[in-house]
Design a protein around this ligand. Structure first.
Ligand code: NAI
Length: 609
């Protein structure tokens, strides 16, 4: 035989125990050995009047069966008195069944504020008042079982019961929070939504059903939930006619919007079927389940983009492109950026004559492997990174930064790893900043480059506008050094042999399509001139001191024009500079600076192999 779930020594308070469900609960607890505080105000079904007879008759029944019980006639609204009665009679409280209730149906249209208040007062405030008085007793002893009596009307709504429904579902929320707070103190709190024949339901439920809805069927669930063996807490149960089931929340998988692209009611409408689809639904059971899904949403937030730029793809992407160079490439590059124009000046021979004992790469060559790798991709019609799909005709080279990570070998097979470092939405245009790390075959990083590309018409996805304001602004004082150097008319033709095949720099017809009277000089050619001017002026022509260079390209230069590089030594290792074209007095490079190493990098022997 199964062991009986006994309540010997336990003290149980049942409110509204003079009739219906409360009476059934009280009798059952008593039969199982509990000592009972039988509370009932003795009102009519709608709360009118008051009488001690309801509680007294149940106490008499219990006593007649040999049980222990005391009566209490207070309203649950004065819950402290009910708990005080239990403590007076038995010294403690183990179980509290909040059951007392009234009903007074009226359509919402006709409901008065008093009717609203009366229902909320008895059900919600009443349960609060009794529970609050019992709570410290239970906490102190580390044990307690509490029942809230809710209703299907609260869970599902019911005509004429707006006040009652609000109170009844309120009890469920109340219970859930108490379950959390009581857990560590051994206090378990559950909620029932019963259906039983009683005076409350005699005019609501069909008469033929009443006989099958014995309150005792509900009581069995209550006497299980309140037993010390039961560790259920926070639950909600539908119970009646011998049927018992547990309810839980269900949440559709929902839909996550790309808020950066805006989220209006039309977007909600478009996704409505998804939002309300319970296929693959989840069953959240704590508030953390809400926070975690929100956190996930924020973490996985799409960065957005448009038809030219898919930022989510591009940000996650990486493109690795091999490239190589040799001594001849270094010499051709040096000539392309105007080195050794005077063959009688021996100081530049080290950059163009591979048999010179101190033959070395001009450090600005560190931009070339990555720049050539990028051009190779474009030539093959491939995007620089997955997710980018704009044509070259939209792109202007806005800024360039190059940093030397190791002395450039005199020839190398390298890999160039491209990533998107930042994307700025200058609506309607975009600025994309790519980082490129160039690494040799031994895994040694040789150079780090940043390329800021201005992409015409590719903005407007609602992203950050990016930093504004100028950096590397020249001081008011006169420059510490000025180098003036005329480029050759065929400078671009010479420079392009280093790899930049863009017809803009060679084909007059092509250049005129873009509004230029003739082919323009490569921005990176002017960049090389700048680097050379700094090395000559501040490094005694020793490329080993050159650490980094950052420039903003402001205007195009035409081959044959004279570059005037104005340089300010702002600190031991930082030169700020600006380049103008003499003939047009236009600034072509601005916000520029070169960083120097304290001690020159020295090539190791192996790099001369
Ligand atoms: P009932 O009317 O038979 O019993 C309720 C008892 O509560 C009465 O004896 C009444 O005097 C007492 N009471 C009313 N106001 C009180 C107050 N302020 N202080 C102390 N006692 C007070 O009703 P029934 O059906 O047994 O209902 C018990 C609980 O179950 C109620 O909370 C009710 O809302 C709830 N319920 C009942 C359903 C059913 O099918 N019977 C359905 C859903 C919920």
């Amino acid at each position: 035989m199964t062991r009986q779930l006994r309540y010997d020594e336990k003290v149980v308070i049942v409110t509204g125990a003079g009739n219906g469900l409360g009476r059934a609960h009280a009798l059952a607890f008593s039969r199982l050995g509990a000592r009972l505080l039988v509370n009932d105000l003795g009102v009519s079904a709608n709360g009118a009047g008051a009488s001690s007879s309801a509680a007294d008759s149940v106490v008499a029944e219990i006593k007649a069966l040999g049980g222990q019980a005391v009566a209490n006639y207070d309203s649950v609204v004065e819950g402290e008195k009910i708990v005080a009665s239990a403590l007076d009679a038995f010294g403690t409280v183990d179980v509290l069944v909040n059951n007392a209730g009234i009903l007074s149906d009226v359509s919402f249209q006709k409901m008065t504020a008093d009717q609203w208040d009366a229902i909320l007062r008895v059900h919600l405030t009443g349960s609060f008042r009794v529970t609050r008085a019992a709570w410290p007793v239970m906490r102190a002893k580390g044990y307690g079982r509490v029942i809230m009596t809710s209703s299907g009307a609260g869970i599902y709504g019911n005509f004429g019961q707006a006040n009652y429904s609000a109170a009844k579902l309120g009890l469920y929320g109340f219970a859930k929070s108490l379950a959390i707070e009581g857990q560590s103190k051994g206090i378990y709190v559950n909620t029932i939504a019963p259906i039983a024949a009683s005076r409350l339901t005699e005019n609501v439920l069909p008469a033929e059903l009443m006989g099958s809805l014995k309150p005792e069927y509900v009581t069995s669930l209550v006497t299980w939930l309140c037993h010390q063996d039961c560790v259920e807490t926070s639950g909600l149960f539908e119970v009646g006619a011998g049927y018992v089931s547990k309810l839980r929340w269900e949440r559709s998988r929902g839909h996550t919007f790309n808020v950066r692209r805006g989220m209006g009611p039309e977007d909600i409408q478009a996704q409505w079927s998804k939002i309300t689809d319970f296929e693959q639904a989840e069953h959240p059971s704590s508030i953390n389940d809400t926070f975690s899904v929100l956190l996930e949403t924020v973490k996985s937030r799409r960065l957005g983009g448009n038809e030219f730029i898919d930022l989510d793809q591009a940000t996650a992407a990486e493109t690795i492109v091999p490239s190589s160079y040799d001594r001849r490439d270094l010499a051709v590059y040096a000539l392309g950026i105007g080195a050794a124009r005077d063959p009688l000046d021996a100081s530049d021979l080290r950059f163009v004559y591979e048999r010179a004992v101190d033959f070395a790469a001009l450090p600005s060559y560190a931009v070339m492997p990555s720049s050539n790798a990028m051009l190779a991709l474009i030539k093959e019609g491939k995007p620089l990174l997955k997710g980018l799909s704009y044509g070259l005709e939209r792109v202007l080279h806005g800024e360039q930064y190059t940093e030397i990570r190791a002395p450039l070998p005199l020839g190398a097979e390298v890999t160039n790893c491209f990533r998107l470092k930042a994307a700025y939405d200058k609506d309607p245009h975009a600025v994309l900043v790519f980082s490129v790390v160039t690494t040799d075959q031994d895994g040694q990083d040789l150079a780090y480059n940043e390329i800021a590309a201005f992409v015409r018409g590719a903005g407007g996805w609602g992203g950050e506008r990016g930093p504004s304001g100028d950096i590397n602004v020249p001081p008011e004082r006169d420059p510490d050094a000025i180098i003036e150097e005329k480029t050759d008319l065929n400078q671009a033709l010479l420079y392009r042999l280093s790899g930049d095949w863009n017809p803009m720099h060679v084909d007059p017809a092509f250049a005129s399509q873009f509004g230029f009277p003739r082919p323009i000089l490569h921005g990176l050619c002017t960049y090389g001139y700048v680097a050379r001017h700094v090395i000559k002026t501040f490094c005694d022509n020793d490329p080993g001191f050159f650490k980094s260079i950052r420039v903003r390209f402001a205007e195009s230069v035409f081959p044959g024009e004279t570059l005037v590089t104005r340089m300010w030594r702002e600190s031991e290792r930082r030169i700020v500079l600006e380049v103008r074209v003499k003939e047009r007095d236009k600034v072509v490079i601005r916000n520029a600076a070169v960083g120097l190493f304290e001690r020159a990098l020295v090539h190791t022997r192996s790099q001369y192999k």
